[in-house]
Design a protein around this ligand. Structure first.
Ligand SMILES: [Zn+2]
Length: 345
């Protein structure tokens, strides 16, 4: 099931103050829950960027976790959960073998440069994670469009932004910061709902409106990715250009899936068997046909953005993940209390 915003447990989360959650954490309430009613499902955590405010120029604050909080998460997870690599979990799910109680897996989407220090923190704690990389958007290649849109909208001249598309012209006011936030959301929607050539034309118009500024570096380099591989991290594919696959058209969607795998395998000299579908949210980002293409391309599993726990009930090509919370108290609350609200499908 999806993240049921109106569920009693979700309401409990907002009703229970931060101090109460901190007490629960410190007084061993969660440890008791883990022992008395262990989770038989796996929480596949979904991270993106590990940065503070300095990262808001390239990532939505909603997907940023500060390095300080991330280090706390990792230390806590390492000492309170069975943290397994996703390939091992997938192998067990394929064989219908039970998972250890209270299993957690850690994943990252997109391939931000800030993921390298995160991988080092994981390595220091003896943990591994899966990093889903947008294989055509590493540093020095095509800019990663969700970051570029944020960057360009912040630099477009005040007034209004006119974006011409084959069937309509969208006019977005840019009078103040609030307008610009709204414009980023509107443009993201356009980028996700159009075929790739139209998406690229919107990007071209946006660059023109912003005066073609150089984009600062915010994605990983191939050398950094190789270092992460050498630290024992799993590298997965997240398409080549962060295409919204159902909108891309079948031929382009297939190319995005197969070429991202081939490129990563060639550059890193390793097999790539994990995939995650880009986007999510309100826009359709996954279809039965796409799942089949991912499976036929040789991936062993694919992760979705469906906010829930995974387990034997899961579709291996649409594994549910748990969206992470900034504060450790909220993350553990989701893992130990909200898990009762996530009923298997
Ligand atoms: Zn993504």
């Amino acid at each position: 099931m999806s993240d049921s915003a109106g569920s009693p447990l979700r309401r409990l989360r907002s009703w229970l103050g931060p101090a109460a959650k901190t007490s629960l954490l410190n007084l061993g309430g969660y440890a008791a829950l883990r022992t008395l009613t262990p989770s038989r499902r796996v929480a596949i955590l979904r991270y993106h960027a590990i940065c503070g405010e300095e990262g808001y120029s390239y990532a939505d604050p909603m997907i940023c976790i500060t390095p300080q909080n991330f280090a706390q998460h990792v230390a806590y997870l390492a000492s309170h959960y069975t943290v397994l690599g996703l390939p091992e979990i997938v192998a067990r799910l394929h064989e219908r073998k039970a998972l250890p109680h209270n299993t957690v897996a850690i994943t990252f989407d997109d391939g931000y440069a800030d993921n390298l220090p995160a991988a080092r923190v994981l390595h220091q704690h003896g943990l591994s994670a899966t990093f889903y990389i947008t294989a055509g958007c590493l540093h020095g290649e095509a800019p990663f469009w969700p970051s570029e849109v944020r960057y360009l909208v912040a630099r477009a001249s005040a007034g209004e932004l006119r974006l011409r598309m084959p069937d309509q012209t969208t006019v977005l006011p840019l009078a103040n910061g609030h307008d610009r936030q709204k414009a980023v959301r509107a443009i993201n929607k356009l980028m996700k709902s159009n075929v790739i050539p139209v998406r690229e034309d919107i990007r071209r118009q946006l660059r023109e409106a912003a005066g073609h500024p150089g984009l600062p570096r915010h994605m990983l380099t191939w050398a950094e990715l190789a270092e992460m591989r050498d630290l024992g991290m799993t590298i997965g594919a997240h398409t080549c250009t962060h295409a919204n696959l159902p909108s891309a058209g079948l031929a382009d969607a297939t190319r995005e899936i197969t070429e991202s795998k081939a490129r990563l395998e060639r550059e890193l000299a390793m097999r790539v068997t994990m995939f995650s579908y880009p986007n999510g949210g309100a826009e359709r980002y996954i279809t039965p046909e796409l799942k089949r293409i991912v499976a036929d391309s040789g991936f062993a599993a694919a992760a979705s953005s469906q906010n829930a726990f995974a387990g034997v009930h899961s579709d291996i090509y649409a594994l549910e993940r748990v969206e992470v919370e900034e504060r450790l108290e909220d993350l553990v609350f989701a893992l130990e209390v909200e898990r009762f609200a996530f009923a298997p499908r």
